[in-house]
Design a protein around this ligand. Sequence first.
Ligand SMILES: Nc1ncnc2c1ncn2[C@@H]1O[C@H](COP(=O)(O)OP(=O)(O)OP(=O)(O)O)[C@@H](O)[C@H]1O
Ligand SMILES: O=C(O)c1ccc[n+]([C@@H]2O[C@H](COP(=O)([O-])O)[C@@H](O)[C@H]2O)c1
Length: 200
Amino acid sequence: MVVPQTGRRRVGVMGGTFDPIHHGHLVAASEVAQSFGLDEVVFVPTGQPWQKGVVTPPEHRYLMTVIATASNPRFTVSRVDIDRPGPTYTIDTLRDLKEQHPDDDLYFISGADAIAQILTWRDADQLWKLAHFVAVSRPGHELSVTGLPKGDVSLLEVPALAISSTDCRSRVSRGFPVWYLVPDGVVQYISKHHLYRSVA
Ligand SMILES: Nc1ncnc2c1ncn2[C@@H]1O[C@H](COP(=O)(O)OP(=O)(O)OP(=O)(O)O)[C@@H](O)[C@H]1O
Ligand SMILES: O=C(O)c1ccc[n+]([C@@H]2O[C@H](COP(=O)([O-])O)[C@@H](O)[C@H]2O)c1
């Protein structure tokens, strides 16, 4: 991938519910950072993800995201979505981050499953002017951007990690380990706070 040299900082935005954050998220962010020459990747846990059912309270998801990203000097975590009342929309996420990074280029990172749904997101037609979108491969999902504006979306194959938060929650509820699926500190956080003991 040849990255155009604009002289501006390049900031990745990795939005997710992170319930819990797992190594699939971290590998995706790391690979996009490498391929697109990103200076920073901001992880943004959702507040109220309106297309998901009941989720773990935002503070737990936020803290697990902080723990998981703490060791990487280029990874940071933003509270913009959890501090904004109401349902979480990416249009608001990107507007808030653009305000905080007026001189930077934003790259929104998403998996193949999420990008396939993007036309159902609020104000989808206005997303493209706020960020470049990078869709990464994910086992079990076709990586395609049919119907999306070509210049505004890139596809990237990343090492396949067949991990999902749904599976992590289900494993914890059944007494199976999640060691090596999520970072060690997240395993300990889940245990300490008795998360996912029963899964809806
Ligand atoms: N294993 C993975 N490989 C690549 N991308 C992933 C992977 N898991 C999640 N993503 C992407 O990370 C973003 C945030 O995902 P999310 O927090 O919803 O995790 P999830 O594992 O899909 O959760 P759940 O199973 O609860 O739906 C989405 O864009 C999603 O496509
Ligand atoms: O903007 C929307 O309407 C919208 C609808 C669904 C998902 N998103 C965003 O997509 C990202 C991944 O979401 P999720 O629910 O798969 O964890 C996260 O940043 C969400 O805010 C955004």
